[in-house]
Structure formats: C-alpha cells, structure tokens
Design a protein around this ligand. Structure first.
Ligand SMILES: Cc1cc2nc3c(=O)[nH]c(=O)nc-3n(C[C@H](O)[C@H](O)[C@H](O)COP(=O)(O)OP(=O)(O)OC[C@H]3O[C@@H](n4cnc5c(N)ncnc54)[C@H](O)[C@@H]3O)c2cc1C
Length: 596
C-alpha cells in the first residue's frame, strides 16, 4: 500500500466522480504483514473454533469465553487497538481483513466481532485517557469481555427512544441506572457493559461504562435463537445500579452520536465478515458437489449446480471488491486527518462518518449476498443441506441475523439515500448540477457511441449511465415530493438498490482493471466473465428499479420521457451469461474451493 497521503475522495462522491482504477485498493494488494495477520486469524478459526463449534452452540458460554480469552492472549482482540493500550495498532483495512477471516467461525465470530467492535471501540474513541488505560487495555487482551447495550424491548430501530434512566446522586459522585436492555450480544459473558441511558429528562441518550461487578445487575438466561446459537445473547436489567460519575462516556446527551458512529464501523465490519462467511460456504458447497454423485455423475458437472457455484462466487467477489474499496477510502481519510494533527480516535470517527453511506450500502449488500450464498449452499447439498450434521445448515441459520442487527437492512437502505441527499442539501456534494444535466440530456438526441471502445471504457460508460438513472429518479422524486420524500419509502428503497448495484459493479470493474495492469490480460479472463455477468444482470435490475420508481409518481409525457431515458441508460451489450458462468464454475470445481 502507498504510504503517502493523497487527497481522499469524499463519501458518496462516487456518484458524480469518475474514479481511476489506480486510486482504488484491491484485495490483491494486501502486503505480507496483513496476510500473516489474516493467516493467524484463519488458523485460530479452523484449529480452535471449528472443533468446538457444536459445544459452543450448545450454550457452553464458559468455553466461548475461554476461547475469546485465548484469542486475546494471541493478540487477536487488539489488532486495531493502539499499542499503548496493549494492542497492535494495525490499520483499518488490516482489521477488516482480520474480521473477514474470523467470520468463518460461525457463532464465535459474532462474539469476537461484537467484543472487538461495539464492545471496545466506544471507549477507545470516546473515552478519557484514564478510561482507556483502565478498560481498553483489558479489553484488548481478553482479560475483560465487552458488550454494547443499546436496544430495549420498545426501542429497536428507534434506538434513541430508550427508557433506561441514569440519575446523578446528590453528591455528584455516582450515577444510578435503572432500565432493561435486550438482545445484548456477549450479555452473559461480558465483564463490561457500554450502557446507553437518558440522564433525567434529557432528549438524547448518554453512554456509560458499567462494570459487571456493579450492584443491581440481573442477566437473564440465554435467548433461544434461530442461529448463532453459541453467541451469548441476553436481556439485562439494571436496578438501582450505582456507577462512579467518571464512568460517563463522552458528553452528556452525546450517547446517541456514539451509538451511531460506532454502528457505522460495525456495518462495514459486518460486510467484511459476510465476505469471509461466503467464501467458507462456497468451499463447503464445491467440496460436496465434487463428491456427490447422482445419475452416475458428479453433481458439480450439472449446469444447474454450476450456475449456483458461479453466482455464489460472483456475488462474493463483487461484495469484496466494493467493501475493500470503501475500507481503503475510510483509511485514507483517517490518515489525512492524522497528518493534519487530528487525534487518532477522532480521525477514525471522521473517516467512518465520511463513508457512512458506503458502510450502510455494504452492510446491506454483503448480508444479502451471504444469504444467497448460504441458501444455494443448502440447495447444492440437497437433503444433507437440511441436516444439522452439515456445516452449511449452521451457516444458513447463522447468516440470517446479518440483515437484522447493526441496523436492519431497511433502516440502512433508508439511511444510505437520506445521507446522500443530506450531503447534497448541505452543499458537501454537488448532486443538483449533475441531476439537472441528466434531465437536460433526456431532451437531446441519444449518443449511441461508435461501439469501438475498449473493454473497460465500455464498462465505465455503462456505469456512468447507471449513475444517471440514480440522478434521474432521485432528482425527479425530490422535485415531486420535496421534504415529503421521506414518506415514500418504497421509492427510497428503489433508489438505494440502484445505488448499491452501481457502486458494487463499478468497484468490480476498477478492481479487475487495476489487476490487469498488475498481472496481464490472461490472468483476469475469468474476472472479466464475472464483470460481464454482473453488469448485465445489474442493468436489468436497475432498469426495473428505475421504471418502478418513475411509475410510482410520474404521469403523461414526463413519465414517457423518463422511462425512455432509463431504457437508454440501462442498455448494455448482450452477454452469453450461461457460458461465462460455466467458465467461472469450472475454475471453482477444478480448485475445489473459492479461487478468486
Ligand atoms: C441476535 C441478536 C443480537 C443483537 N445484539 C445486539 C447488541 O449487542 N446490542 C444491542 O444494543 N442490540 C443488539 N441487537 C438488537 C438489534 O440491533 C435490533 O434487533 C435491531 O436494531 C432491530 O430492532 P427491533 O428488533 O426492535 O426491530 P424493529 O425496530 O421493531 O423493526 C421491525 C421491522 O420494522 C422495520 N422498521 C423499523 N423502523 C422502520 C422505519 N422507520 N422504516 C421502515 N421500516 C422500519 C425494520 O426494518 C424491521 O423489518 C441484537 C439483536 C439480535 C436478534
């Protein structure tokens, strides 16, 4: 990776800015140290977690905690924690790569990512020096396990509406906390809780560090869940729990901001985890398909199975390309702020704030790609996929939660578009100019091009057109509904999906373009097959999403003009997707694993 700090691209700016392939980070550029860290995480997952996963899933929380502590002793809990707090001070992208590898560990991965993410980062980024010295040093080594207590029975997506209360004692030395939290990951094993509560009648939440040894804490029995059964999930009651006043984390009323900023990190980390889990399931799928015979034939030689293997790989590769692209963008912002003298913790939060749109998109995209991968993984296994004896059955159940926590996929879809529009209104991003230009273009005679472009030139032209669909639909919708657009959620969901397909497609193209520059044309032939299939499918999806959006509010000539525009902007060359998928699948089958 380049060490110099370049002028970072802004969050959401991909929509209006052409990006050079040389300016994106691609996973093929991981350096030796990053790969070594990934290998340590991989070894821990396969050697320590996998042999114990049935026992962990049987609610053996003692074993779960001891494995977390073992991971801590090996330094795996402190990868992104600065050295002065007992960590290794690795970069954001490295921590993403570690998360990817750890996430092949089924329910254990939820425990470890909750601990290293939402259980540790609030103190690391918002704590005072004393709080960091006292708590982060122990979280980084596994001496303490952390949990994040935001959700309540009546405050889920609407997290700021929680009823948990904190009251300062008359002598000003303590807070007394009363309330109920629910769905708390690591709830049963944590030594330290980050608890969100409202002080007196405050409008917003504040955050507190609560030690498990404090009085008045009741931890309910483990929830019986659909999947990730081995991760500890409990309700927690705080009944007159007395904590030192200095355990207020950040500012009074500042808790909701902490909750949201930390969730931004959790979202992109979840996308990284989904990549790892997907790769693991593709391995199980092809291993099985290469062994199972029906009609005297290995099922991996059936076209129907090849389709599934190829599609699993394409979605995983796509998600990976976009997630690491965004991760490096985040890291570039962090480095630029640090170079300008900003405190490291603040710089991290600024990096995450800047790319909150991409983090929300990748959370949705990664979790839904994983759901496709596990679903077809079960299908490839036939009846065995339905048996609790197979890993793919566990993976199927475990995957489902990813669309629910760290903000549901509905909330993240809404957020991605809302944040983009907010940036446009605040003047941070000039979306209005490009939206007007697209509206004007509808009146022009179409430019059908010469058809003589090179491979990447043609693909970038498609992406440019997909972006025009987003600008067209959102620009026209804003004109129609103004501030009331927020009430038209179906339309916002459409726009979010177009945004995601476009960002992911562009990320794949940029990755392969850069890779071809590094390794030559022959080395990327199958990668181009993946692009061809993905872009071809994306064009059809965007066409439908765009049409659905326009049809929901436009009529008459205006509607006809915009529908024609969408048809023009989603026109792509025909692709023999069947043969392209077969070539991709043949490589997976030959290597008997995810090979890209
Ligand atoms: C296994 C597990 C582990 C968890 N771990 C933690 C943890 O460690 N800490 C923690 O604090 N929380 C945790 N959670 C809670 C989780 O973050 C919430 O479940 C999630 O935010 C959704 O809240 P809810 O369950 O109340 O659903 P609701 O908010 O009631 O949502 C129900 C449905 O309505 C939709 N919806 C809600 N509001 C809107 C809206 N404005 N517009 C459109 N649709 C909407 C949702 O998308 C969803 O489809 C965990 C949950 C589970 C299941």
């Amino acid at each position: 990776m380049a060490e110099e700090t370049k002028k970072p691209i802004l969050g959401g700016e991909f929509l209006i800015k052409e990006v050079n392939a040389n300016d994106v980070f691609i996973p093929e550029e991981f350096n030796e140290e990053q790969l070594m860290i990934a290998q340590s995480c991989h070894d821990f997952t396969y050697n320590k977690v996998h042999p114990n996963i049935d026992e962990i899933d049987n609610h053996n929380t003692k074993l779960l905690k001891s494995l977390l502590q073992e991971a801590g002793e090996l330094g795996l809990l402190g990868i992104s924690v600065p050295e002065k707090y007992n960590g290794f001070g690795q970069s954001f992208v490295t921590s993403m790569r570690a998360t990817e590898e750890m996430s092949k560990g089924f329910s254990f991965s939820v425990a470890i990512t909750a601990h290293t993410g939402i259980g540790t980062l609030p103190i690391l980024y918002y704590g005072t020096e004393e709080q960091k010295q006292k708590y982060v040093t122990k979280l980084a080594t596994g001496e303490n396990i952390g949990a994040y207590c935001l959700t309540e029975p009546n405050a889920g997506s609407d997290a700021n509406s929680g009823k948990t209360k904190a009251k300062l004692t008359e002598d000003g030395k303590h807070y007394i906390i009363d309330g109920q939290k629910m769905w708390i990951t690591n709830g049963g094993i944590a030594d330290l809780y980050i608890v969100f509560a409202k002080i007196d009648d405050d409008k917003n939440l504040s955050a507190f560090i609560v030690e498990r040894s404090a009085n008045g804490i009741t931890v309910n029995a483990e929830e019986e869940k659909m999947g990730i059964k081995g991760s500890s999930t409990t309700q927690i009651f705080f009944n007159g729990t007395k904590i030192p006043a200095e355990n207020l984390l950040g500012e009074r009323n500042g808790g909701f901001k902490i909750a949201l900023y930390v969730l931004n990190i959790g979202r992109i980390k979840l996308a990284g985890g989904a990549i790892g889990a997907s790769k693991g399931v593709i391995d199980y799928s092809v291993n099985y398909a290469n062994e199972r015979k029906q009609f005297k034939t290995l099922i991996s030689s059936f076209g129907a199975i090849k389709y599934k293997l190829a599609q699993q790989a394409i979605l995983t590769f796509a998600s990976e390309s976009a997630t690491y692209r965004a991760s490096q963008n985040i890291e570039d912002v962090i480095k630029a702020h640090i170079a300008d003298g900003m405190d490291e913790g603040k710089a991290y939060l600024e990096g995450m704030r800047e790319f909150a749109i991409e983090a929300a998109m990748m959370k949705v995209y990664g979790s839904e790609a994983l759901d496709y991968v596990v679903d077809e993984g079960v299908q490839i296994h036939g009846g065995m996929g339905y048996s609790a004896e197979t890993k793919v059955e566990t993976a199927y159940r475990d995957a489902r939660i990813n669309r629910i926590f760290e903000g549901t996929n509905e909330i993240n879809r809404l957020l991605s578009v809302e944040m983009l529009l907010r940036k446009a209104f605040s003047g941070e991003l000039d979306l209005l100019g490009p939206a007007k230009a697209v509206a004007n273009e509808l009146l022009d005679i179409p430019d059908f091009g010469t058809g003589a472009e090179g491979y990447y030139e043609e693909k970038h032209k498609y992406i440019k057109n997909f972006k025009k669909v987003i600008l067209l639909v959102s620009g026209a919708a804003l004109q129609k509904f103004g501030a009331k657009l927020a009430d038209e959620q179906e339309l916002i969901m459409n726009a979010a999906d177009i945004l995601m397909e476009t960002y992911v497609a562009e990320s794949m193209i940029l990755r392969v373009e850069k890779l071809e520059g590094m390794k030559g044309e022959e080395a990327v032939a199958l990668y181009k097959d993946m692009i061809d299939v993905f872009v071809y499918d994306a064009a059809a999806k965007i066409n439908k999403l765009g049409n659905d959006g326009i049809n929901s509010f436009a009529t008459g000539d205006e509607q006809t003009g915009m529908l024609m525009g969408i048809k023009r902007f989603t026109k792509v060359a025909s692709v023999n997707v069947m043969h392209a998928r077969r070539r991709i699948a043949d490589k997976i089958i030959e290597e008997n694993k995810y090979p890209f």
